[in-house]
Design a protein around this ligand. Sequence first.
Ligand code: ADP
Ligand code: MG
Length: 588
Amino acid sequence: MPPYITEFFQRRIGQLLRMVKDHWVRLFFAVVAMVVVAATQVAIPFVLKHVMDDIFVSKDVRMLNLIPLSVIALFLIRGTAMYYQAYLMKYVGEKIIMRLRNRLYNRVQDLPLSFFHKEKTGSLMARITHDVSIVREMISDAMTGLLKDAVMILGLAGYIYVQDWKLAMAATVVLPIAFYPITEFGRRIRRYSTGYQTAMADLSAFLFETFTGNKIVKAFGMEAHEKKRFARKSANLFKHQMKQVIVRALSSPVMDFLGGLGIAFIIWFGGRQVISGTQTVGTFTSFIAAVLLLYDPVRRLSKFNNTIQQGMAAADRVFDIIEHSSDIKQADHPIIVPDCPHRVTFEDVSFAYVADETVLKDIQMDVRPGEILALVGASGGGKTTLVNLIPRFFDVTQGKILIDGMDIRRLSLDSLRRQIAIVTQEPILFNDSVRNNIAYGNRHASDVEIEAAARAAYAHDFVINFPDGYNTLVGELGERLSGGEKQRICIARALLKDAPILILDEATSSLDSESERLVQKALENLMQGRTTFVIAHRLSTVRYADRIVVIDAGRIMEEGNHRDLLDRQGAYFNLCRIQSSKGLAISI
Ligand code: ADP
Ligand code: MG
């Protein structure tokens, strides 16, 4: 066996077979139906033999009636068995694929944020749609076809050997020769297929980017550029596809030619026996018919092998993700965090997204339960990164983060994240109703609660003006929803979650000063009694904070309350001066 077949059997087939196991009842009946189909296939040359010998040669009138009737019965049975075999095998195949697709999606959903930063969205989508469908082709077409053909080949081969083993030997002498092209074609298909699937993922990622970012494409007049880029990727896909087409197109004629060799050999060898009288015309005819029938499934072996190789390449990519281990690991006996105000402590925390590029350095911070901590500083300083460490979107590189004295890596991830409500820098809404977007993470909230949250976030007034009020789909609103409105819906969502730790990452940056002032009040109410991390866009909005921490280049520069920091005339004082000179008035 070539090495790639062993490897393929050991790793991927094993995983796929484990998925087949649950459907063994249907599979069993499918195999029964297959055996019936194969048996009727073998019966065809058998009937032909009697047509020749009994009707044409012996001129038996009784057989003239009996044989056509048995032919009808034969095809009736064959048709029924074919239906059940196809239905049952496809059922199992599709079911396995559905489960594979779900497993893949579940796995991707559970992977850490860093994974989504590394993988392009479009290429992940290609895995779930395109790659899975190639695996489906392999399971529901090739594997099932292979099983059917294997049964048929065994039956027909058995028949010809029983008829005339010497002639059968002659007919099958070409079989070993056929194995070389079968495996060689398969190997190539597998290699080309990997290239094709990579090109496909690349194309999907490109589509995703240029469609979601279409506004920018238009604004910068880059349509022609993107069309050219697409054409290049499309041509690349074509190139990869053609490589496969050539191998697939070649494999049929090559197998055909080998089959032709076999038949020529039989005619020469068997014809001599008939002429010399050691063989009847019927046996010879039925023998040729059996070989012709045999020849189709044998030829298909090559085709199926190609499809299987292609499917294995796709399965590799699918299982690659399923087996992708998460770097955010949950402790063996995770601690459940109770719902109460929490103390959050950073102990010598350092963090790097990529090795050696430290983004946060020696962060030392102790935030009391219910304290409002503001993080300010130039953009790129690491404020977002710092708050992202609290819900473990990323794990610290050094040091530790404690909640009520417990390392967050010892806590149950679920319960940790339940303690945190977050409004992110970019307002993210899903294409669902406004109501469900607000109730996201709190699906059982009542209408009254949802409306109260929306009112507190100053979203209620504009939401009731939507065509369907709270039932309006966000996707339907499209561009009608301004950044500020989106942000207020996101704030309502965080308000409704009602968690003891609140993270506001420039939550009001898209609001105009007037609505910011209103929402600010709502947020201030909300912060009461919660441990709050607020990243400020406008410094005027964090004066009330218990403590202000200035972060620059990943380090804490200064900390204290508004008054003290101003008196100190350091980094905070300078930030305030820059903002007030830009017209973002702040009374000093
Ligand atoms: P701030 O919120 O203060 O503007 P960030 O925390 O967003 O700053 O970014 C801090 C630094 O980390 C920046 O230099 C930024 O380029 C880098 N950074 C942010 N996100 C990532 C990421 N996913 N991968 C690699 N680097 C990142
Ligand atoms: Mg930020």
